[in-house]
Design a protein around this ligand. Structure first.
Ligand code: GLP
Length: 245
């Protein structure tokens, strides 16, 4: 666990770590594979990466990304989609190649999702596996959209969203009734395969779930506790999110 005075300093540290991975992999002629998250938490990180691209010449030409999740059903053009979120907040401002961006497809027919998820996992493996997975945490203890009840070895799949998660998303959708009831998410097992995992959390709103995730008993009722199984995980917090530890 690393605690920073505020989310800006914390995000600058994480951005520096990402740029070091990209530079190191570039120097051996390899592509960097990043797992990315949505929500308010990674926004200062994405701002810092854009700044480093503009001011320090950090290039994403050799970066491949896989996003954790997407609502289902969801049209990519909808402004609530994670496709829109990622383009607006990161991809439109950096030199990443569009063919290197992967975000779960919220437009599939339900019967096709299982196959699609297997392909998504296969593709991650084919490009060498995730060098780094960035995570936020929901107040249910979800990572990605792995809600309470998720298994530690779960793969990418269609899931049902928790009521609290839908309430938390209500503002983006103009009411909970408009929030999709389902989502496609990478699994806990998918996430744990990453060579490095950084979970970030800011503000007092996250302090009690952070306490459970970091110090609580490992249990599927708080899926983030499964990260305790791994020694590759770093939890990056501001003072408020760390206040109950
Ligand atoms: C959503 C996302 C998660 C994210 C969580 C927390 O449910 N699917 O990946 O970690 O919200 O959101 P925020 O960062 O806005 O608190």
């Amino acid at each position: 666990v690393e605690v920073f005075p505020d989310k800006i300093k914390a995000s600058q540290r994480v951005a520096r770590e990402i740029s070091q991975i990209i530079i190191t992999k570039n120097s051996i002629g390899k592509k960097t594979v990043l797992g990315l998250a949505t929500g308010a938490t990674p926004l200062p990180l994405y701002e810092e990466l854009i700044r480093m691209h503009n001011e320090e010449g950090l290039s994403f030409k050799n970066v491949i990304t896989f996003n954790l999740d997407e609502y289902f059903p969801m049209q990519p053009t909808s402004h609530q989609s994670y496709v829109s979120f990622m383009h607006k907040n990161l991809f439109d401002h950096i030199d990443i190649k569009r063919e290197n961006v992967h975000i779960p497809d919220g437009t599939l027919q339900k019967e096709k999702i299982a196959d699609y998820c297997r392909q998504y996992e296969k593709l991650i493996e084919e490009v060498g596996g995730l060098d780094l997975q960035i995570l936020g945490i929901g107040r249910t203890g979800h990572v990605g959209f792995n809600e309470p009840g998720s298994a530690p070895n779960s793969g990418s799949r269609l899931v049902t969203l928790d009521d609290l998660t839908r309430r938390d998303a209500a503002r983006d959708f103009g009411g909970k009734e408009n929030v999709p009831t389902k989502a496609i998410t990478m699994g806990i097992g998918t996430i744990l395969k990453a060579r490095k995992i950084i979970l970030m959390a800011w503000s007092g709103k996250k302090s009690s779930i952070i306490k459970k995730a970091v110090e609580g008993e490992i249990s599927s009722s708080v899926p983030a506790t499964f990260l305790q199984y791994s020694n590759k995980v770093k939890i990056v917090l501001d003072k408020e999110a760390a206040s109950e530890l």
